[in-house]
Each structure stands twice: as structure tokens, then as C-alpha cells.
Write a protein that binds this ligand. Structure first.
Ligand SMILES: [Zn+2]
Length: 458
């Protein structure tokens, strides 16, 4: 087992070869000679070089969490400590993975909503960061200043089904007062026994969440959680606003105009609000969409960078220099964003009505389908809106000028040529319909060439 040696004086010692693939930036400057923490861009590059998480977050099930946690436990490294803290209603283990021995106690939990998986993967990568770099001065300082408790996948039964709620059908994040869910009781017991000085509540938000004007898909949304109807500005809320500012400044280089803030209305039943009231101020971090066909790696990378940078800021005290206005001035989240908008296209709807020009907005929902014990991610596209959609943004924008949008014909492929039937078809374009569409370029003689195909499920 080799641990990366600290590079000093710019001379790479023998054994530094593990860094060659990472590049000069890391080998020469990360942690070198100083105890300051790596900057967010360096953290992002470290994630590129060192992450251990799987490439598709929704496919991470409880079995994977279990094997990773057991591997940490059996490695016997003192720096990461594993403890089973309870079971879900169906008996799946829930763990606390802890590092650090400092007086400032932090609690992070992921996936209390079973279909919100990004931060679970980011926690695996956070453990790897701690494991690899525990000897570095900045990490040593973090470990001596903080005790960080993390719960990867609080709602494993929901995760198994890729559903928000637990198997009772209860939204665990609305169970802070009645405590009818074993998962909610677990979180409450952890809070009461650990009395953390701060909590990180890690979620995913709808891919329709947007920020700014023109609206862009909100990759990360933050909330310094209120503890009462008056939204009182306590010391705890000042800390989570400062921490929100730290996270914003860390992530803006990677996600400019894609970071938003939630309205801080008090939700009397929610864990974040009640933990804050009980003495553990909570920063909510919600992960949204990213404009790539494979969004998970970038989203995990954003979470990793945010979490590690925030922990270092708490450990070295720089959080107290952060300007809370940098949090307050984040634009508020809105909803109504589309996955794909096809603009200014001639719509031949297949209903028999005359063609007309407009925009078509599609939404996408990711689901996990389990067949023969294999999990696969499917994206369900639905036609959400038709008409003048200039006020709405799409993660993906398609210019339909001069083109025709029509219901997908059987056998159509990109590049194939076809004619459109007159009159109605079985599955016309309509609101709420699965997006089985084809984008066509007109050819002479009433024929068309298929340019793109949009499917309800891919
Ligand atoms: Zn959630």
C-alpha cells in the first residue's frame, strides 16, 4: 500500500509516479509546502484523477454501498471508521462512516429520498480523498479540527426501488416530528447523540429546476435552512449562509449561472428545519440537471468539490471570512425548465389538423428499471408544452427552423427518407404524450429526410 508522498521543493521524490498521469498542476502544487487546502479547481482535477465512484449514480444500489463500506471497514485504516447505526424498514443496514477526531462535529447524509443518488457517489469519493491524503498537512488539520459523520444512503429501501419515499410510502423528509419511519428515527437519534454543529442535507432536485434569466438548468441549489416561521437569523443560520457562500464561490468556475438558492420558507415537518431548530444548523445542497447526455460524472464532481472545500473552510476557519451576501445574492430557483426545446418548427401533429409553427418542450425523467436483477437507467421523455416557449429554457436547444416535427413512424431512422401520412395517426403529438417524435428536413416531391429522432424512453 503506497501513500502518495508529499512533494516538497518541487523535486518529485521516487514514488511520485502515481501523480504523473495527473499532471504538473497536482504534482507540483497540491498541498506542497503549505498546509492550505487545495483550491476548488485543484479538487476538481483530483476528482478526475482519483475518484472511485461508479459512472452512473442511479445504478448504485444498497449492495454497492454495503460492499464499499465493508471494504473500508476491512481495510482497517484508522482514518475511516465504520459503524452500523440501524436498519431500514426492510432490514437494510445504514452506516455512519466517520473521519476526524476534532471538537467541531459535522453530520452529512445522502439519499434520504431514494431516487436522489448523486451525493452518495460523492461521499465514496470523499472517503477516498481522506484515505489517500490523510498525511497531508491540510487534511491532518481537517481531521484534528473536525469529526465528520456521514450516512451514505439513508433510505436504502427507496433507493432499491429508485423511489423518493420509503416502503411505508412516507416522505422521510416530512417525518421529523412524527418519526414514523425507521430511517427518520435513525437520523433523529444520530442528531441527538452526536449534537453536530452543522448538518449537510444532500439531495437531488427536479431536472425542471432553473435559475436566472434566461433560465438555465440549476445544477446546484443551496438553502440555508430556516428554523422558524420568522426565518430568524441566528448564529447557526449565519454559519450556513457563510457556508453557502463558500460553496457558491467554489462551484461558480464550473457551473456559472447554474447555481441557485431555495426560498427559505419554514417547513414544520422537514428534517433540515427541525435539525436547525434542535441546534444543528443545516445547509441543504440539491443537485439538478447538467447539459450532457451522461450528467453524473460532472454532478458528482461538483458535489465532491463543494463538500471537501466546505469541510476545509470549516476546519481552517476561512468560512468565517465568507460574505453571507454571496449566498443571499444567489438567484432564486424557479421551475418549468425543459430537457429539450425544439424551437420554431413546423408541427405536423398527426391529429389531422393543419400544420402550424411553434416550439415544443420536452421533459425528461430518469428511472431505474430492474429486470433479471439487473438495473438499467431509462430516460422517459414527455411532451410538456407546445406553442411560444421563448420564456422557458431547455438543457438542450434544437433549432427547428425550416424543419418539420411529426410523430415517429415505424422503421424511421436518422437519414432515411419518407412521406407523411395525411390525416390522423395512432399516436399524435400532444401534451403529456410520450415524446415519440422525428425531426424532418423537407425534400422535393413532398418527401422528407429524418434528421433526428426523440424517443419516449431511451
Ligand atoms: Zn430530496
Amino acid at each position: 500500500m503506497t501513500r502518495r508522498p508529499t512533494v516538497r521543493g518541487g523535486a518529485a521524490p521516487a514514488g511520485a509516479c502515481v501523480w504523473i498521469g495527473v499532471g504538473i498542476l497536482l504534482s507540483a502544487s497540491v498541498f506542497a509546502q503549505r498546509s492550505s487546502a487545495p483550491s476548488p479547481p485543484v479538487l476538481a482535477r483530483m476528482w478526475d484523477a482519483e475518484h472511485v465512484s461508479s459512472p452512473v449514480s442511479p445504478l448504485v444500489d444498497h449492495a454497492e454501498v454495503k460492499s464499499r463500506v465493508q471494504a473500508i471497514a476491512s481495510a482497517g485504516a484508522d482514518v475511516l471508521r465504520v459503524r452500523e447505526v440501524g436498519r431500514s424498514l426492510e432490514g437494510r443496514e445504514v452506516w455512519d462512516v466517520t473521519f476526524g477526531t476534532g471538537p467541531f462535529v459535522v453530520l452529512m447524509w445522502s439519499q434520504m429520498h431514494g431516487d436522489e443518488p448523486t451525493a452518495t457517489s460523492a461521499l465514496f469519493d470523499l472517503y477516498e480523498y481522506i484515505r489517500r491524503h490523510e498525511a497531508e498537512p491540510a487534511v491532518r488539520q481537517l481531521l484534528s479540527a473536525l469529526t465528520v459523520h456521514t450516512v451514505p444512503m439513508l433510505n436504502p429501501d427507496g433507493a432499491e426501488r429508485f423511489q423518493r419515499r420509503n416502503v411505508q410510502g412516507i416522505d422521510v423528509n416530512r417525518d421529523a416530528l412524527l418519526l414514523q419511519t425507521p430511517e427518520g428515527r435513525l437520523l433523529k437519534e444520530l442528531r441527538d447523540s452526536l449534537e453536530p454543529a452543522i448538518g449537510f442535507n444532500l439531495h437531488n432536485q427536479s431536472w425542471r429546476t432553473t435559475v436566472g434569466k434566461p433560465p438555465k438548468g440549476a445544477a446546484i441549489s443551496l438553502l440555508s435552512v430556516a428554523q422558524d416561521e420568522a426565518r430568524s437569523m441566528t448564529e447557526g443560520r449565519l454559519l450556513t449562509r457563510r457556508l453557502g457562500a463558500v460553496v457558491r464561490d467554489a462551484l461558480e468556475p464550473f457551473a456559472l449561472h447554474r447555481i441557485g438558492r431555495y426560498d427559505d420558507s419554514f417547513e414544520v415537518r422537514a428534517f433540515g428545519d427541525n435539525l436547525t431548530l434542535w441546534g444543528t444548523p443545516v445547509l441543504l445542497i440539491e443537485t439538478g440537471p447538467w447539459p450532457e447526455a451522461e450528467p453524473d460524472p460532472m454532478l458528482i464532481r461538483l458535489n465532491y468539490t463543494a463538500l471537501i472545500h466546505a469541510l476545509h473552510a470549516l476546519a481552517d476557519g476561512t468560512v468565517h471570512q465568507a460574505d453571507p451576501d454571496r449566498y443571499d445574492s444567489l438567484p432564486e430557483n424557479e421551475t418549468g425548465g425543459f430537457y429539450t426545446v425544439i424551437r420554431n418548427v413546423t408541427i405536423v401533429s398527426g391529429t389531422g389538423i393543419p400544420p402550424f409553427t411553434g416550439d415544443v418542450g420536452l421533459v425528461a425523467n430518469r428511472r431505474v428499471r430492474v429486470t433479471d436483477d439487473r438495473r438499467a437507467v431509462v430516460i422517459l421523455h414527455t411532451v410538456e408544452d407546445i406553442g411560444d416557449l421563448r420564456t422557458a429554457g431547455g438543457l438542450f436547444e434544437v433549432d427547428g427552423t425550416g424543419k418539420v416535427l411529426a410523430p415517429l413512424q415505424e422503421g424511421a431512422e436518422v437519414g432515411s427518407e419518407l412521406s407523411l401520412p395525411e390525416g390522423a395517426v395512432d399516436a399524435p403529438i400532444g401534451i403529456g404524450a410520450p415524446a415519440e417524435l422525428m425531426l424532418l428536413s423537407p425534400l422535393p416531391g413532398g418527401r422528407y429526410r429524418v434528421e433526428r429522432i426523440f424517443r419516449g424512453a431511451t
